[in-house]
Design a protein around this ligand. Structure first.
Ligand SMILES: [Zn+2]
Length: 301
């Protein structure tokens, strides 16, 4: 056991070449390079930075923190109080396997609500409780909660109102090479435009379109579809989003563009190069801002 380089609670780690794979009870599963582990030992993150990074890692499982994206992670801004209570409620929904199931408060609730400390997490929990969306379990007061009927109704209304959504769904090929592209270009570009990226967890994906993917696309403001590798799932997800009337941002690695399906060529596709991921990130940010305007989380650097 070692302290998590971000939140400092004891975690399981597995060395894996130049990086370490972390399974943290608060931050979830992520990887971190040796250089960054050393860097983080010599500098203090603020509680707020820890809360934001931990929340981000929970939403972007298996993210690799390296020297290139550390600065970006440290500068992530905190979503509004209501955005965070919505995030927590939506994540509790995903953890609930049957209506009425009691869920125990754990360290993961800190990152699910992007809280910087326990008092803030409880403030969000009590807000959901006084709003009537969750209720304490009799006899387990303040340790277990369940989603109420009003909570389920509210979750439904959240899905219907995705004009206010700040989520950008990312449809892409899952491969080791593409992980770097996601971490250092796609996620960065979406955040800088003021939105939050959502990518389906690699381990759960298996190139299959399931209910969870459909639900996530429905609650998104837009879809970024990267066609590199030409996976059937990406074409399907982009088409589904178009059908819902969502904006789709199209992209493809330059040398793979010639393989793009004929029907897609009419769209203004952002092309990118593996060695120029910072340029790709900027182009994504510019395109999103041009098509949708700046997102709710936009900050001026
Ligand atoms: Zn952690």
């Amino acid at each position: 056991m070692e302290p998590c380089p971000i939140c400092k609670i004891e975690m399981d780690y597995t060395p894996d070449g130049d990086k370490t794979n972390v399974a943290c009870r608060r931050c979830g599963n992520y990887s971190v390079s040796r250089t960054v582990i050393a860097q983080l030992k010599n500098q203090d993150l603020t509680e707020r930075q820890i809360g934001n990074m931990s929340g981000w890692l929970r939403e972007n499982p298996n993210y690799l923190i390296n020297s290139d994206n550390l600065k970006f992670l440290k500068s992530i801004t905190t979503p509004s109080f209501h955005a965070r209570s919505d995030k927590l409620l939506s994540k509790l929904e995903r953890l609930t396997t049957f209506a009425g199931e009691a869920l125990e408060v754990k360290e993961s609730w800190l990152s699910m609500s992007w809280s910087m400390n326990t008092p803030e997490m409880w403030e969000i929990i009590y807000y959901l409780k006084t709003s009537g969306y969750i209720a304490g379990i009799v006899g387990k007061l303040d340790t277990q909660f369940k989603i109420t009927p009003a909570g389920w109704a509210y979750l439904d209304s959240l899905r219907k109102s995705n004009q206010q959504s700040m989520q950008g769904f990312v449809a892409m090929w899952f491969s080791d090479k593409m992980q770097d592209v996601y971490d250092n270009a796609i996620a960065v570009g979406i955040v800088k435009a003021g939105y939050s990226p959502h990518r389906v967890d690699l381990r759960e994906h298996n190139e299959k379109i399931d209910d969870e993917i459909i639900a996530q696309i429905r609650r998104s403001r837009f879809v970024l579809a990267d066609f590199t590798g030409h996976r059937g799932g990406v074409y399907y997800e982009a088409g589904f989003a178009k059908g819902l009337g969502l904006e789709v941002i199209w992209s493809c690695r330059e040398d793979d563009l010639k393989n793009l399906h004929f029907d897609i060529r009419q769209y203004n596709c952002i092309t990118w190069h593996q060695d120029k991921l910072d340029v790709f990130a900027k182009r994504i940010q510019d395109r999103i801002e041009a098509v949708l305007g700046e997102g709710p989380n936009k900050t001026n650097e």
